[in-house]
Structure formats: structure tokens, C-alpha cells
Design a protein around this ligand. Structure first.
Ligand code: BQZ
Length: 728
């Protein structure tokens, strides 16, 4: 007989969803009051007497370097990257000596494109770098395989971002002058719009090669588009679909290094942002196509997806590093790509760092390991770790520093707004969604939340601000006047619930459905959350507690990483605790089509049901109209006005229950140079993309002996193991 504790609310089994999805059983988690207690103690310890954190320009303690290096802001795109032939090129001496001189590798100028991508020194906080050393990182993910085009992750945490290159690049745009804001050239080195704006012709980098020396051409782009994005049997990682670039959009190759888009609406500049990481990052067609069912009848689409297991090394990439070694649940070793097509302004082929290591641990280990000296770089995105991280950095001789970025991190509760059967809800689930679709219910939930306490349970001080939902305060389009914040008011929340017929009829403290709905049982919402970080666990517990104060029964279902992603993507959720890991609510210009349910299958928490109809609520239709108008105009004032209206509608209607917003940070080993001050943990993309890790370097005097495979290069992928080029 299962104990009430099994279901975290003492009321016993609920439904298929709970039965279906293996959830973390609550008795593994200390009861909510114990976590809150612990956090409160941490708060007291951390909060009192400490000087104000990073916001207050003065360092927390003399030795805590909040930001080092020349502040780089308002950069013009061409100062950051440009394509140019340089008089001479160079590479690490050991590559010349052990590989080129021995005829095992063509000379560097033959490995580089006619005009490589050149990183401008002006935008390098510590100037041009030197070769050598390693970047050690941690990921809580695990590589599924190397077929990104067919949806396999390489372990997240920046692994994918380190190996995949895309048509344009947006991560570093936080450095770019807002007046000159446009995605940076990358595999597409230049583009021109037709006069009517319906066609966009792109020139690809000419003469660039995959890490196995095979030429990169428009064939790789067209294979990705035609046989992956447009193939209904294939779902690339990060969700590229024909919707991502506009229904009816065409792409054709005009030559080996020229492609042309044809769109249905003029000047869809927002699609240039979609052509960056994660939606348009082509894979090596010369390796993938032979496994694709359209070209290999013996293969199913599952065979194609799994044709490149994580155990196969040296999978060809266009990225700065190639995975050369993998020990499951232990480590991924990546070595410099000898064919990498980017250089510094002196013609030195990048990356500067010869090796990248990813230890395969838990997500919570990322910041812990930098503090312990076992890793060199981590997102500090768990507020519960802020105080410990700063304390450690303040210690004399600390090996790392803390660098806070803008307030672009946040958490919300997303409510499934589909009343149309998306995710095949049972009767309980359907009844709850019908409530999610009522404004009074959503407003009651947001009023029940005590955001101040939710923040304080994470960390004291000025880090965390209440988040109303909608655009984040750090967004250039944020309008405080248009932001409706519902203050914490449990009794007003109860009044709103009773105004829609939800009152506690059986005196157990929880409101019930009217007698004709689910025989008047308690209203129950299942909150899906990730157990991966302390922040997510304590926030989920907090939501449960504050909802209960307003008489609403919440049941927690913990599901981590890919499981949670699959549940959400298939609509199998009532509510989900969402970490803000996309770009539209900060940048707006990137991923704007995620601001509202623009298509039947595009939105995170409102999609079409089995019959294909998308049952939009009136306010959602207005949000769609406002977003379309925003995308269709370049007029800055008009855009600001549209987003103010969007903000008012989304916060007044409580499109999502915002909880907290806070600055993410970076923990950086002091060896590592060229980290732009104020790098956001997430803005136009994750920091791993924003940082341009190929430009990071370690000054000679600080170089370590942490490299595991010094003097080696990636072997070849398709040839017999013994023929490897790896070893010197
Ligand atoms: C950052 C990011 C880099 C995906 C992933 C992971 C997947 C989701 C999300 C984040 C991880 C880290 O986020 O948490 O800090 O390093 O990798 O790619 O959560 O499970 O599907 O959307 O970006």
C-alpha cells in the first residue's frame, strides 16, 4: 500500500500522468519546512552584515574580483568579427613540428578558407592570446550521440555549443551597439536582401573544411534543410522545423558557396536570429547522408538518429574542438580542430586553448567544482550557491573569481493553456486545464505566491527581484508602467477562487470543484519540476506551500533533463516550473515567435490538440497580433509601443506566473583570460556561446599541467582505428 508521502500531498494516487512518469519520490526530499529552514539559516548567515552584493559597484571584499579586463561594450559588429584574407597564418609550433613537417597535415594556409573569420582585437578584453593549456568544464548532461541534426544532444552544458557552428551567431551580441544590432556572420559570411525583401542571398565561408578535412559547402546546408528540418520524420536538436523559418519558406543552393532563401513576407529579419545556435547548425552531409533512409533504404529513421553513438570518436565538426575521447559517466576530452576556420587579427589559427575537458557529473557540481579548483568555468545560475561562491572567491589566494552579468535569469510557473486535448489529459487533467484557461484562476495563483520569500529562501541581499511574468526587467523593451505585478495576498486569492466556484466544501483546507465536476473532488494541480538543482527543488516546494495557503492543492512531480523536456514538449503537464532558458523575454528580437502561440505546434505551453485546432484565448490572439506587428516593423518607437502593450496584456492576464528574476554569474578560474566583463549567463544565448571560447587563453606564466592529451590532434572518423592521425 503506497503511503500518502509517495504523492507529496498526503491525498493518495492521482492519475495516469503521475503513474506514467517516474517521479522522484518525495520521501527522498526533506519536508518543505526543513528546506526552507535550511535556506533561512543560510540567508541569516549570508545576509546579515555582508556588504551589498555585486550591484553596489564596490567589491564585496577587497580580493573578490567582480570584473576584470577592459569593459567591452557598444562594439560595432565588424570590430568583433569580419572575413578577410590575411598576409600570413600560424598555428601552435607542435602542430607544425609534429604534423605539418611530417606530412601528416597540410600547411595551415591550405587548411584555412580563402577569407577566414577574423576576430577583432578591439573586442578582446585581454587582447590577443597565446596558445596552450585546457579549459575544464562540467556538465550534468550525458552525450546521447553525435547526430545533432536528428535530435541527439552531446551533453548540453556547452558541449553542443562547442562543436556545432551555425549560419549566423548571436551569443556575443550583448557586446554590440544596440543601434547596430544584427546577428553576426558565421558560416554565412555575408548576405543581401532583394529589393522587395522576399529573397535573402547568403554567401557561405569559402574553402572552409570539416575537422576531417572534407570541404564545407552548400551541400551541407541543403542536406540539413531538406533532409532534416523539412523531413517530418526527423526532429533536429533545439527544435528547428519549417515553422521556425516561416511556413512556405524555400531555400536553394545557387552554387558551392551561395544559397538563397525565399520568404512569404518581406524582410523577415527575425529569421536571421533563428539561423544561429540552436536552429540552423548543419551537420557533415558526407557522413550523415549515407545513413539517412532517403539515401539508404536499409536504414530506418531510428537507425539514422542512432548511427553515430557517443562511443565513436572524432565525429567531424566545424567547431573549435573535436571529441576525441569519451569515458561514460566520467569524461569527454576534446582536442583542437586542425581545420578550424577562424583566426585572430595576427593570423593565428584559433582556438588558443588546445584542449577542452567535460567531466560528466551533476548540474549542481558545476559551480562546486570551480570553487574546489577542479573546473575552470561555470554558470552561476543557482542563487542558492551565490553566497558560498563569493565567500570562496573572497578567500586570500582563491583560484577563481565571480563575474556577475545582467539580471537575465528567472523562474516562472507555466500553465498548460490547451483545452483541446494536447498531451491527452485524463478527466482530472482536463478539468485543471479548463481552470488554467480562466483569468481569475491564473490571477489567484499569482496572488498566492510570496515572491519575496521565494527569493529570500534562495539568497539574501539585492540579488533576487520579484518577477511578474512577461518581459524581464533587463529587457531593452521592458516597460515598468505596463507591468502588472499582483502582490502576495492569499485571502484575495481565495476570494478569486470562490468567485469561480472553487471553495473548500469538505473542510480539508483545499478548495473543491463544483459537485458536477469530478464529483466535487479537491482541485489538484501537478507541478512538474527538475530535481537537478537546489534552486528548482526549493522553488517547487515554495510554490506548493504558498498555493496551499490559498487553499489550492499542488502535487510535485520531479523529472530531470530530457525526461522533463519530453513531458513538456508532448503537453503532458498541468504546470511546469520553468527556468528562463530562452531569449524572447529578454532580447525580444531573438526568438520573437516564442512570445505567443504563433503556430499550432510552436509554443511551449499552448499547442494544438489531436485535431490540429489551436484554441487560443482572446488575450492570446491579441498577443499573437502584437508579436506579428512587432516582427513586421523596424520602427523603434512602434516596436516599443507594441511591447508595452504586450507586457500589459501578458501580466494583466497572467500568461505565466512569474516568480523570481536575478543576475546570473560566471565562476572563472583566474588562469582564464579574455572573458568579457558582464557576460550574461543567458541573453542572446547561453554564456558558453556568448563567451566565444575559441578566444579564451591562458597567459604563458599561468599555464597549467591539466591537459590530458597534450600534443595530440583528433584522429580521423571514417578510417580504420590504426590509421589515426592523433598521436604525434
Ligand atoms: C547551459 C546549457 C548550454 C536545454 C540545457 C539543458 C537541457 C535543455 C538547456 C545551461 C544546459 C545548462 O541547459 O543547464 O546552464 O549550460 O545547457 O546548452 O537544461 O536539458 O533541454 O534547453 O539549454
Amino acid at each position: 500500500m503506497r503511503t500518502p508521502q509517495d504523492y507529496c500531498d498526503g491525498a493518495g494516487p492521482l492519475n495516469a500522468i503521475q503513474a506514467a512518469a517516474p517521479m522522484t519520490r518525495c520521501e527522498q526530499l526533506p519536508p518543505p519546512w526543513r528546506i526552507l529552514g535550511a535556506a533561512l539559516i543560510a540567508l541569516v548567515i549570508s545576509g546579515c552584515g555582508e556588504s551589498e552584493p555585486a550591484r553596489s559597484a564596490t567589491p564585496i571584499a577587497p580580493s573578490v574580483e567582480l570584473d576584470t579586463g577592459r569593459p567591452v561594450r557598444g562594439v560595432r559588429p565588424a570590430d568583433l568579427v569580419r572575413f578577410q584574407a590575411l598576409p600570413a597564418y600560424s598555428e601552435p609550433d607542435w602542430v607544425t613540428r609534429n604534423f605539418v613537417a611530417k606530412g601528416r597535415l597540410p600547411p595551415v594556409q591550405e587548411r584555412l578558407p580563402r577569407e577566414p573569420l577574423v576576430f577583432g582585437s578591439a573586442a578582446m578584453p585581454d587582447g590577443q592570446g597565446v596558445y596552450g593549456d585546457v579549459l575544464r568544464q562540467i556538465t550534468g548532461g550525458r552525450p546521447e550521440g553525435w547526430n545533432y541534426s536528428a535530435g541527439q544532444s552531446q551533453g548540453w552544458g556547452g558541449v553542443d555549443i562547442g562543436t556545432m557552428e551555425c549560419l549566423t551567431r548571436t551569443g556575443p551580441l550583448f557586446l554590440v551597439d544596440r543601434e547596430a544590432l544584427e546577428p553576426l556572420p558565421n558560416l554565412a559570411k555575408a548576405w543581401t536582401w532583394s529589393r522587395d525583401g522576399l529573397q535573402l542571398t547568403m554567401d557561405l565561408v569559402e574553402g572552409a573544411k570539416w575537422s576531417d578535412g572534407h570541404p564545407f559547402t552548400s551541400d551541407d546546408v541543403m542536406f540539413y534543410w531538406l533532409d532534416n528540418v523539412l523531413d517530418p520524420n526527423v526532429s533536429p536538436l533545439n527544435g528547428a522545423s519549417d515553422d521556425s523559418f516561416g511556413p512556405g519558406t524555400k531555400l536553394e543552393a545557387l552554387g558551392r558557396y551561395k544559397i538563397r532563401w525565399t520568404f512569404k513576407r518581406p524582410f523577415p529579419r527575425d529569421y536571421l536570429y533563428q539561423m544561429a545556435y540552436g536552429k540552423f547548425c548543419p551537420g557533415p552531409a558526407h557522413v550523415l547522408r549515407p545513413q539517412h533512409p532517403r539515401y539508404n533504404r536499409a536504414n530506418s529513421y531510428q537507425d539514422y538518429k542512432q548511427a553515430f553513438p557517443a562511443s565513436r570518436m572524432n565525429f567531424p565538426t566545424m567547431g573549435a574542438w573535436v571529441v576525441t575521447e569519451y569515458r561514460p559517466d566520467d569524461i569527454l576530452i576534446l582536442r583542437r580542430n586542425p581545420y578550424f576556420w577562424k583566426v585572430d587579427a595576427s593570423g593565428r589559427q584559433l582556438p588558443y586553448l588546445d584542449e577542452m575537458q567535460y567531466r560528466l557529473l551533476g548540474w549542481n557540481d558545476r559551480d562546486v567544482q570551480v570553487i574546489a579548483g577542479g573546473s575552470d568555468l561555470a554558470n552561476l545560475e543557482s542563487p542558492a550557491s551565490f553566497v558560498e561562491a563569493m565567500r570562496g572567491a573572497a578567500k586570500p589566494g582563491a583560484g577563481y573569481r565571480v563575474a556577475f552579468g545582467p539580471r537575465t535569469s528567472a523562474y516562472s510557473v507555466l500553465m498548460n493553456l490547451s483545452g483541446n486535448g494536447w498531451g491527452e489529459p485524463d478527466t482530472r487533467g482536463q478539468a485543471l486545464r479548463n481552470l488554467n484557461r480562466q483569468q481569475a484562476f491564473r490571477q489567484a495563483i499569482t496572488m498566492a505566491m510570496d515572491r519575496k520569500s521565494l527569493g529570500q529562501t534562495q539568497v539574501g541581499g539585492p540579488f533576487i527581484k520579484p518577477y511578474a511574468g512577461g518581459l524581464l526587467a533587463s529587457s531593452p523593451f521592458y516597460d515598468a508602467q505596463a507591468t502588472r505585478m499582483f502582490d502576495h495576498n492569499p485571502s484575495a486569492a481565495r476570494a478569486l477562487l470562490s468567485s469561480i466556484g472553487l471553495v473548500d466544501r469538505d473542510g480539508d483546507g483545499y478548495v473543491n470543484y463544483p459537485p458536477d465536476v469530478l464529483k466535487g473532488e479537491n482541485v489538484t494541480a501537478i507541478l512538474t519540476a527538475s530535481p537537478d538543482t537546489i534552486t528548482e527543488r526549493t522553488l517547487a516546494e515554495g510554490v506548493l506551500l504558498f498555493a496551499r495557503d490559498a487553499g489550492l492543492r499542488v502535487v510535485l512531480r520531479f523529472a530531470s533533463g530530457p525526461q522533463r523536456d519530453a513531458l513538456v514538449a508532448s503537453g503532458q503537464f498541468d504546470w511546469v516550473l520553468a527556468r528562463h532558458d530562452t531569449t524572447e523575454l529578454t532580447t525580444v528580437v531573438q526568438g520573437a515567435d516564442a512570445l505567443a502561440p504563433m503556430g499550432p505546434y510552436t509554443h511551449k505551453f499552448h499547442r494544438a490538440g489531436p485535431n490540429g485546432d489551436l484554441d487560443l484565448l482572446p488575450y492570446e490572439s491579441e498577443m499573437v497580433r502584437l508579436t506579428k506587428a512587432f516582427i513586421a516593423t523596424d520602427n523603434k518607437a512602434k516596436r516599443r509601443q507594441l511591447m508595452s502593450r504586450y507586457q500589459l496584456v501578458s501580466t494583466e492576464q497572467v500568461n505565466a506566473v512569474g516568480l523570481i528574476q536575478f543576475p546570473g554569474g560566471l565562476l572563472i578560474n583566474k588562469r582564464i583570460a579574455n572573458v568579457p566583463p558582464g557576460t550574461p549567463t543567458i541573453m542572446f544565448n547561453w554564456e558558453e556561446y556568448a563567451l566565444m571560447r575559441e578566444r579564451l587563453f591562458v597567459p604563458k606564466a599561468r599555464q597549467s599541467r591539466h591537459e590530458l592529451r597534450p600534443g595530440t590532434l583528433p584522429g580521423c572518423f571514417a578510417c580504420r582505428p590504426s590509421a589515426g592521425r592523433g598521436k604525434p
